[in-house]
Design a protein around this ligand. Structure first.
Ligand code: HEM
Length: 181
């Protein structure tokens, strides 16, 4: 199997690449930024629904045992309102990647954060729908959310690849193994 260009994109270059790929325009950023206060007003409803879903499932509720849900609620609320911060640069992407890394370190399978899109998406779209241009705002919101999904997943892949590379003696070999070669 031939090496792929994407295999040579590493570290902060991944952030630059993803931000570029999502191509959130200045007009879209501005549109989302204008909804920041509206998003903040929705954070309690959002975090309530989020934790209700996690607590309703034994395998996810276990992760919240002995954790300050009050502290987490504040951080999750900020994560949500930041989707509408209106600036989606590399520093933003780095922050979101770090949040993904925190979940890697608690041993949380990635399927759970990904499944939570079912709760996140309608709240975000509801905020976007209050825009002066709802259709554009919803499209922009989906881009920004897709960026987060990619970054969350990147945190998991970075971790797995680095451990496998250590085991087999190199990242290229690790990638070939993962591709079933
Ligand atoms: C896309 C979905 C998710 C988002 C956006 C999210 C967001 C966050 C944020 C912003 C933090 C705080 C990070 C920090 O300390 O800077 C956090 C921490 C945490 N999250 Fe999530 N989370 C998600 C999914 C989940 C799921 C599915 C679980 C468990 C079932 C979970 C459990 C936790 C726990 C236990 C912490 C605290 C980690 C620690 O401080 O040791 N999260 N999350």
């Amino acid at each position: 199997m031939a090496d792929r260009q994407s295999w040579s994109v590493k570290g902060t270059a991944i952030l630059t690449e993803l931000v570029k790929m999502m191509d959130v325009s200045a007009a879209e950023s501005q549109l989302l930024g204008s909804l920041h206060d509206g998003a903040k007003a929705q954070t309690t409803a959002f975090t309530d629904a989020f934790y209700k879903r996690l607590l309703g499932h034994a395998a996810t509720a276990e992760y919240l045992d002995g954790v300050s849900v009050e502290r987490l609620t504040g951080m999750l609320g900020m994560w949500f309102s930041d989707l509408f911060r209106g600036n989606y640069d590399e520093a933003y992407a780095q922050q979101r990647l770090k949040i993904g890394e925190i979940h890697v370190r608690i041993g949380l399978p990635v399927r759970y954060p990904l499944a939570m899109l079912d709760v996140i998406m309608p709240f975000g779209e509801q905020v976007a729908a209050t825009s002066s241009d709802p259709a554009k705002a919803i499209t922009a919101f989906r881009k920004v959310l897709a960026l987060d999904v990619a970054l969350f997943n990147q945190a998991y892949e970075d971790n797995q690849l680095s451990h496998l590379a250590d085991l087999v003696g190199g990242e290229r070999l690790a990638r070939l193994l993962l591709a079933g070669q």
